[in-house]
Design a binder for this molecule. Structure first.
Ligand code: TSX
Ligand code: MN
Length: 585
């Protein structure tokens, strides 16, 4: 019997089964019954446990292997024919050698196990901007997460059979040995092989592996952009909605911004969420960039999520949520640092007892996650399903910088905006690296996710101005400026709405700005600070630049970009030299 009319898919599944030798093969249809069946199976074998079903209906806890809690950049590879196509920003392996190495691990790895065939669509099923894939996995946890995070099952298979194209993703949790763990990408073959990890970013192949690494490679040849960006809608009191896409390195509060709650002073304004992690952008007939969120859910960091920091995320994860590596309270509720519910944990993420918040902590792993469907977000935007995407008026880059970067500045034009994105950098936090305050370069927040040479990527970004004459404005923000005593100068969170308003007003030619060497900064009057508790000198500090500091920064940006060698686009070199000259003037 044939399971699909797509012969390439049928053939590939046959090959994969011959290699991995599963006891049985299940083609997933994406139904609710199927999801419940997987959950019941995982409850029975201990992969999942039930949380308090009165407080957290249909919520479950998964504890991963304690050595398998995050993405593994050192084991993530881009396997293009030539090393230079992967670029210095990636770890490269020659494709034949890579297949050989990882296939030896896949050989027989599914004996005694079930092999799930998971067709999925990244983006609305009806959207021409969407792309499909099929993930083969032996992990029911992965299937359940894919059900929440993507359009998974029969509808995706139907599209694959109509279109013919799909990305092949092969995954096995293997024996979870950190030394036998590889996440390999073959962009020229549109395929992914992931072995030895059950963690989301390594195992939910539709997300970082497909929607960013493989898609970025495809996007270059097809003339679009696959980016590590949130997409939000901002509706003014008159009911007009504009859309913003924004890229931030980790620990900058991207999900919080995507779900922002307007402050008291902004009654009548509304933020709605299209996506919190990935955006696919493509020029439309009118020259504007249109964006879809390829995902259908949130795979977010749990610690720090409270009604105060992110009310909408907090509400999103009160039902039908898979929690991975959080703690548990005596009432069997999920617990994490920064939940601010007044509860105390009794069991930590490893399943060990805790007698107090500080004993045997932290309760939740710093990279513990929630998996929740997008529609549970109280400010979910139905435009998420628009097959045409939403028109983007502003692109915002950001970083966590104690000094240097002002609250917001606007790039002078598209090419300068590409420099602003390419020069992005952020300070590390304890949660991410254990090392606090070290500045890391992370162009467009894509350092771990670009499937090809960054020099070519910058060139591709620059080339978008030839494909479109109505590109968004480009901005850079920093919510994290501090004074000498370590006090934050900007209140952040909901008040960031004021900064988004300034950006969109600039796009409309309605807000004043001061021209500086690095771009346009708000005048003190053009940024709405009504009802905002901020001292005049603090405001002055975050709305100005230190030329000497910036000269040093541009030197560092230039050196970083030149490390990409002769492939670096000359136009990008011109851009940083222009800023350097303006700073010296
Ligand atoms: O997410 C954050 N955003 C964006 C919100 C839409 N965070 C949390 C970062 C960790 C993921 C922020 N932290 C933001 C911010 O804008 N700003 C800050 C820094 C900050 C922290 C606390 C206060 C002010 C600024 N205020 C008090 O503690 C009272
Ligand atoms: Mn991300």
């Amino acid at each position: 019997m044939s399971n699909t009319s797509n012969t390439a898919l049928e053939q590939w599944i046959k090959e994969v089964a011959e290699l991995t030798k599963p006891d049985r093969i299940v083609w997933c249809n994406g139904s609710q019954d199927e999801y419940q069946g997987l959950v019941d199976e995982m409850l029975a074998n201990g992969t999942l446990s039930k949380l308090n079903q009165d407080d957290y209906p249909n919520c479950y806890l998964h504890r991963s292997d304690p050595r398998d809690v995050a993405r593994v950049e050192g084991a993530t590879m881009i396997c293009t024919k030539t090393e230079i196509d992967a670029g210095p920003n990636n770890i490269w392996m020659e494709p034949t050698a890579a297949h050989e190495k990882i296939d030896a691990m896949f050989d027989g790895c599914m004996q005694g196990r079930t092999m799930y065939v998971v067709p999925y669509c990244m983006g609305p099923i009806a959207s021409p901007l969407s792309r499909c894939g099929v993930e083969v996995t032996d992990s029911p946890y992965v299937v359940a997460n894919m059900k929440i995070m993507t359009r998974m099952g029969q509808s995706a298979l139907n599209r694959i059979e109509k279109e013919g194209n799909f990305v092949k993703g092969l995954h096995s949790t293997g024996e979870l040995d950190p030394d036998r763990r590889f996440i390999m990408h073959f962009p020229e073959e549109l395929s992914i092989k992931s072995y030895g990890s059950g963690y989301g970013g390594n195992a939910l192949l539709g997300k970082k592996c497909h929607a960013l690494r493989i898609a970025s490679y495809q996007a270059r040849s097809e003339g679009w952009l696959a980016e590590h960006m949130l997409i939000l809608g901002l509706t003014n009191p008159e009911g007009v909605t504009r859309y913003v896409a924004a890229a931030f390195p980790s620990a900058c509060g991207k999900t919080n911004l995507a779900m922002l709650v307007p402050p008291e002073s902004h009654k009548g304004w509304k933020v709605s969420t299209i996506g919190d992690d990935i955006a696919w952008l493509q020029p439309g007939k009118d020259g504007k960039l249109y964006a879809i969120n390829p995902e259908a859910g949130f795979f977010g960091v749990v610690p720090g999520t409270s009604p105060k920091t992110n009310y909408n995320a907090y509400k999103s994860i009160e039902q039908d949520t898979i929690f991975t590596n959080v703690g548990v309270t005596a009432d069997n509720n999920p617990y994490w640092e920064g939940k601010e519910s007044g509860e105390t944990p009794v069991i930590n993420w490893k399943g060990e007892p805790m007698t107090s918040e500080t004993d045997n902590g932290p309760a939740a792993h710093p990279n513990s996650r929630f998996t929740a469907h997008a529609t549970y977000n109280p400010v979910y935007s139905p435009e998420s399903e628009n097959p045409g995407g939403v028109p983007i008026d502003a692109i915002i880059f950001g970083g966590r910088r104690r000094e240097l970067a002002p609250l917001i500045y606007e790039a002078k034009d598209w090419a300068h905006g590409v420099l602003v994105g390419a020069g992005m950098a952020s300070e590390t936090t304890a949660a991410a690296t254990g090392q606090v305050g070290v500045v890391r370069r992370d162009p467009m927040a894509m350092k771990p996710f670009c499937g090809y040479n960054f020099a070519d990527y910058f060139g591709h970004w620059l080339s978008m101005s030839e494909k479109s004459d109505n590109l968004p404005g480009v901005f850079h923000v920093n919510w994290f400026r501090r004074d000498e005593d370590g006090r934050f100068l900007w209140p952040g969170f909901g008040e960031n709405l004021r900064v988004l308003r300034w950006a969109l007003d600039r796009v409309d030619g309605k807000a004043d700005a001061v021209e500086t060497a690095i771009g346009y900064l708000p005048t003190a009057e053009s940024l709405d600070t009504n009802d905002l508790d901020i001292a005049a000198d603090d405001l002055e500090a975050i709305l100005s630049i230190d030329k000497n500091q910036w000269a040093a920064e541009m030197q560092a940006v230039g050196e970083y970009l030149e490390s990409y060698g002769e492939r670096l686009p000359a136009a990008l070199r011109d851009e940083y030299k222009k800023v350097q000259a303006a700073l010296a003037a």
